[in-house]
Design a protein around this ligand. Structure first.
Ligand SMILES: *Cc1c(COP(=O)(O)O)cnc(C)c1O
Length: 459
């Protein structure tokens, strides 16, 4: 079975297309973007929803699946964002729909820390099996990525008896108080929301396009020197890093950077936490991005791609670290909700049985091939980077190399108006990122990149 060939009805009684892979896999605009129905909903949004909750594309979704999103006006858009790397297995993946529907009829919640159920344990077993390293592991489940990051830090502090945490330049770890402190970028994530959690420090990253191609080992040694001089290993509980930075601009550190940091952390009783919330679960053409450099983190944080769109996150790691917290110290009302757990099991089954690690690698080959071909004739594309189905272009002024955020915004706006959903990112706001669902067809990917080429040509 492929992710695209499940035939079923494409509309329900009210004529609204159902989601899932049976949706027609086409880009089709029947109104301008946004159409009248989305415009009316946007007006209601402005008067009902807090202004701080923004919107990338001004259309309201009624169905999604395969590689498309259908809006309230009947426009079918190419999805190159996966709801920020969440729907790796595609929206309304048939395995996920079947599992959640069956669970919904059994029970919806007991709270795992009150009356447990087996699907939670099964998700923990799957995470312990799939994450890097064959040592003894334990997992704990939560609801959002930020919540899991917070728990990873809690666990590391409890285990080491130390307090300081070091994060990196361009990092993104979430929007709660501790994770805002860990996140690097001021606007829009932090501005005006302080004071932030104490004992959080920041170290320099390896950013090959902007650090003159400094080799990974030297870049890591620079970070280690800063950490030793400004924090001290004796005070440092944890080092947290995204193996490829997400919101910071899809920055792939130079080879050797991550292994050098890991070796130092392990020699100094510092817990090495890999935040794989965005990079995890097949996205980069490996089950986890840590696999590309063969690193085995002490703790690994997962969320986004874990459960086909249902809210679930996890911390997985060395048994002696994970088991150091007392009973009742970890948990939460909704963490490992039964609907999310069965969704995760179905999602993991899809990653493994539908060969989605290979699919992500193939998407990467296709995307980087096309984007590098554009770059040859367009010096505004300063860099093409990423792995698998996590690829970005960094747009610059060719004369100076300065980031060009204005061009980036124009390209994204052009794509949105033409029915292609792309996301931007980067500390300087000059990166266009491609995070398609792994259920997208090559045809839609090629068409989507074609629209990006037109957008660049339009300037
Ligand atoms: C999205 C993200 C988070 C935060 O996840 P939420 O579910 O939005 O709280 C943390 N780390 C990384 C790397 C992310 O991409």
């Amino acid at each position: 079975m492929t992710l695209l060939d499940t035939a079923s009805t494409t509309s329900n009684d009210s004529g609204i297309p159902l989601g899932g892979p049976s949706l027609p896999q086409v880009r089709r605009l029947v109104t301008s973007i946004p159409g009248p129905k989305s415009q009316a909903l946007l007006a209601r949004k402005s008067s009902a929803v807090a202004a701080g909750v923004g919107t990338t594309i001004p259309v309201f979704t009624v169905a999604a699946g395969g590689g498309v999103i259908v809006d309230a006006d009947g426009n079918s858009l190419i999805d190159l964002g996966s709801g920020i790397a969440v729907t790796g297995v595609g929206n309304s993946n048939p395995r996920v729909v079947a599992a959640v529907t069956a669970q919904l009829a059994q029970f919806t919640h007991t709270c795992f820390t009150v009356a447990p159920y087996d699907s939670y344990v099964e998700v923990a077993e799957a995470l312990n099996r799939l994450t890097p390293g064959d040592h003894e592991k334990r997992s704990a489940l939560f609801t959002s990525g930020a919540e899991a990051v917070e728990n990873a830090v809690k666990i590391a502090r409890h285990y080491t008896g130390k307090q300081a945490v070091v994060a990196f330049d361009h990092a993104y770890h979430g929007r709660t108080n501790l994770t805002m402190a860990l996140t690097a970028k001021n606007m829009p994530y932090k501005s005006g929301f302080g004071p932030f959690a104490p004992e959080v420090y920041r170290a320099p990253l390896s950013y090959p396009y902007r650090d003159g191609g400094l080799d990974g080992v030297t870049a890591a040694k620079n970070a280690i020197t800063m950490i030793e001089k400004q924090i001290g290993a004796a005070n440092l509980a944890a080092m947290i890093i995204e193996p490829i930075q997400g919101e910071g601009g899809f920055i792939v550190p130079a080879e050797g950077f991550l292994p050098t940091l890991l070796a130092w952390a392990q020699a100094n009783n510092v817990v090495f936490i890999a935040d794989e919330v965005q990079t995890g679960f097949a996205r980069t053409g490996a089950m986890f991005a840590s696999d590309h450099e063969g690193i085995v983190p002490d703790l690994i944080v997962t969320a986004k791609g874990i459960a086909g769109g249902l809210p679930l996150s996890a911390v997985t790691g060395r048994a002696e670290i994970m088991d150091s917290s007392h009973a009742g110290g970890l948990g939460g009302t909704y963490g490992g909700n039964p609907l999310a757990c069965v969704a995760a099991l179905a999602t993991i089954e899809s990653y493994e049985e539908d060969n989605l690690v290979q699919r992500a690698a193939d998407i990467g080959t296709l995307l980087t091939g096309r984007l590098n071909a554009l770059r040859v004739n367009d010096p505004r594309i300063g860099d093409v980077r990423g792995r698998g189905a996590l690829i970005a272009i960094e747009l610059v002024d060719p004369a100076t190399g300065e980031p060009d955020a204005a061009l980036t915004n124009r390209v994204a706006a052009f794509a949105h108006a033409a029915g292609v959903l792309v996301l931007t990112c980067g500390t300087y706001g000059n990166v266009i990122r491609f995070l398609p669902p792994l259920s997208i067809s090559d045809e839609l990917l090629i068409e989507g990149i074609g629209v990006i080429a037109e957008a660049l040509a339009a300037g």
